[in-house]
Design a protein around this ligand. Structure first.
Ligand code: SAM
Length: 326
């Protein structure tokens, strides 16, 4: 359903110079990222991708979503190829992801899938350069993890050790060389408002390859309930570190809409792609889009190819899950 289509033209990387571009635009598409077309998101249109793909068949979020790991890798390959197409030259694709422990149907035991390594392999193979990896560390009391360390506590002997996981990876891939002369094509206001606060950078430890950031707590009644959302702080840091004001940030696995919410707050434009139609109300609520009549905000919501209802099915499966230990 098209709610409002105010997007005029699909320019390559906008430089925030034209007055028309000053108010950031939000564009939300419901569909399968594998089927995204250049009419929806144009070649080279995007300055930064910030995203977190589904966590394979994660017991608490996506049980049984993929029939095999190979099918999941195919999704990552399509995501890498779409990212290469839509990103501007030298720009960054930032992926929040983690290896996943999934219970095997036949043995009933947990099997660990090397998703971080495989995502890296898929993106490098697609032609990206591997720029960096940041480790996102959550508070030690994070309640949603499987308490795998209980095994060695019950059997305090060698070979019973499995650690509790309180980290995820933020992988940074770069699409070729960035032209640092780009800054000269921007307005002085765009450059000034994009300046990074170095005092904060130092005091909050953004300069390090380990970021300590509290996760979104899985409390019932939260707008992000059941979505595996990342905290605002992650897109906030990445958007400030890798885009100029007025440029476009894209999240191909939009979930509850965190990336777009933060992009808008920081004066960037946002495009989001999401498979699950049942997240439409969640996204609208998180972005306050029902109030656009009063704010006059420029946004569009469209249904594209492959969109489907997913959330209720997954949540009923989640309720039947038990923690996987080993
Ligand atoms: C880990 S969640 C993203 C959460 C998001 N970062 C947030 O803060 O809310 C991954 C999302 O990808 C969506 N998804 C899964 N397969 C997809 C596909 N083929 N195309 C587009 N979205 C997909 C899921 O429905 C889910 O909402």
């Amino acid at each position: 359903m098209r709610q409002k289509n105010t997007i005029s033209g699909r320019n390559r990387l906008s430089n925030g110079n034209s007055p028309k571009e000053k108010s950031p635009t939000l564009k939300i598409l419901f569909g399968d990222i594998r089927k995204m077309t250049s009419k929806e998101v144009a070649d080279g249109e995007v300055a930064l991708i910030v995203t977190s793909p589904p966590y394979y068949n994660a017991p608490f979020d996506y049980p049984g979503l993929y029939s095999s790991y190979e099918e999941y890798l195919d999704l990552l390959r399509a995501f890498a190829s779409q990212s290469k197409r839509v990103l501007g030259a030298g720009r960054i694709c930032a992926i929040v992801t983690d290896d996943m422990l999934v219970k095997e149907e036949d043995t009933g035991r947990g099997k660990k899938y090397p998703i971080v390594a495989d995502t890296t392999e898929v993106f490098v193979r697609e032609g990206f350069s591997y720029r960096d990896k940041i480790t996102w560390v959550k508070p030690a009391g994070y309640t949603r993890i499987s308490r795998r360390s209980g095994v060695v506590l019950q059997h305090p002997y060698p070979m019973y050790f499995y650690p509790d996981n309180i980290q995820e990876s933020i992988l940074l891939f770069q699409n070729g060389e960035f032209d640092y002369g780009h800054m000269k094509s921007l307005s002085p206001e765009a450059v000034e408002s994009s300046k990074i606060d170095t005092a904060r950078l130092n005091s909050e430890g953004w300069t390090m390859s380990v970021w300590n950031i509290t996760n979104v707590l899985p409390m019932s009644g939260r707008v992000e309930e059941g979505v595996a959302a990342f905290p605002d702080e992650i897109p906030s840091r990445l958007i400030k570190l890798f885009t100029y004001a007025g440029e476009t940030v894209f999240d191909p696995f939009l979930g509850s809409g965190t990336t777009l919410k933060v992009a808008r707050e920081l004066g960037r434009k946002g495009i989001g792609y999401e498979l699950d139609l049942e997240l439409k109300d969640v996204i609208k609520k998180k972005l306050g889009l029902d109030y656009h009549r009063w704010t006059g905000e420029d946004f569009s919501i469209e249904e594209a190819s492959g969109a489907k209802n997913l959330r209720k099915i997954l949540q009923s499966k989640v309720q039947q899950q038990k923690s996987v230990v080993a």
